[in-house]
Design a protein around this ligand. Sequence first.
Ligand code: HEM
Length: 481
Amino acid sequence: MTQRLTTSAGCPIADDNNSISAGRRGPLTFDNFQLFEKLAHFNRERIPERVVHARGTGAYGSFTLSRSLSEYTRADFLQHLGDETEVFVRFSTVGGGQDSSDYARDPRGFAVKFYTREGNFDVVGNNTPVFFLNDPQKFPDFVHSQKKNPRTNLPDAARMYEFWANHPQSLHQMTILMSDRGIPLSYRHMNGYSSHTLGFWNEQGERYWVKFHFKTDQGIRTVTNDEAQSLPAHGAQQDLVEAIDFGEFPSWTVKVQILSEEQARSFPVNPFDLTKVWPHKLAPLIEIGKLTLNRNVDNYFAETEQATFAPSNLVPGISASPDKMLQARLLAYQDAHRYRVGVNHNQLAVNAPRCPVNHYQSDGSSTGIQNGEVNYYPNDQRDLPRPDPSVQAPPLPLLGDAWVGTFSQDDEDYFSQAGELFRLMNPEQQGQLFDNIGGGLAQATPSAQERMLDFLNRADPNYAQGVLQAMRQHVPAANTA
Ligand code: HEM
């Protein structure tokens, strides 16, 4: 039987094409409540887009464990070989709005929500192992400098390079972004990284530090600036949706790097500095399983747009680390979700844990689920939820006094790893790097150019030389800064 069209309150609708009017050519009447509902709902179809990572694509799949990590962590989904955990993954670009292109030279977000039996664990990472910053104070300034010029509303390379020239800590990530790896051909053809160091803790209360790597099984494939120009804005979205619809399920081999607390203390780089990688020779990659995407969303807005990933979504056995950027992200994302989706965002199907959720929180906008009449704790009801002290993470040793003075970055080495990466590139890759930086840096102010060339020189004199030559081939565009 054909289903009847109804209002959102379920009332059957007789006519959805014509409004009620006073006579054929007359004005509308006030009993057009069906029309009013339709227009009012239409006005509210948009929620704020993500302030960064606005443009993205999501899909469901699973993570299958191929190596037990019980010696390092009590995380429920990392114990038994063959254990399968449902996941939702959202890939994104960072700087552009929802209507920008999938082919911007920009890092790609790689956010994974593991629906474990002990709650959701989110790895909200990127396709790069490092980031531009290691102190969250600079994040809004950084994002402002990379987005459009607020006056012209146009992309503005001068602002980007002015920021980078003031922040040597950005050099490593800038080198990756400007390299031949800067524009992935599709979301299937790139790696993902937690980038941050997270904590593992086991049944004995011993703590380890860990980084997650998701290595694409499709192989890395990238495009040049020129190739990117000829690709459709929605190309990466289409590639993922069609691959899954056609049964070509993309997968990633999941690996971890692990350090004991003792190893971390004598590690040659600060293991909590997000601008640095852990050399694989010192912390080898350990394969732990496979991530596969095999189901598209039924509704883009309901699922992908309303998905709320949070670095604070941790499970027993996995903790945060002292990484300053991560610490700030523990606050920033939940705050963003309350604003963007609402206080009860975790009740939406895409975000809802697949395990029982028991708490004494009440009410709030769009509450769909409420617990019983006791919404306070402690209470005298034996069968109601109570805390479980066994899931308490071990205490985090502090390495020094809390310091309210200025945190100086002057004694940090932000050049060696950028130089090492540069020397790993073949001449053709180095040529692309020179050209990509040269084109943008040519538009920056002379003082920004000078400082940037100094940073490049400290990474490797050939790096600076190559960029300088490339700059000379670019006629500076009008500098709007
Ligand atoms: C202090 C530093 C940072 C702050 C304050 C910050 C803040 C934010 C905010 C507010 C959003 C939008 C969230 C939403 O509306 O749902 C976001 C999205 C995102 N961020 Fe960050 N971010 C920071 C650093 C990073 C870093 C270092 C990474 C990667 C290693 C990262 C990866 C992502 C990803 C992947 C998303 C999109 C998640 C999704 O698909 O919904 N962010 N960030």
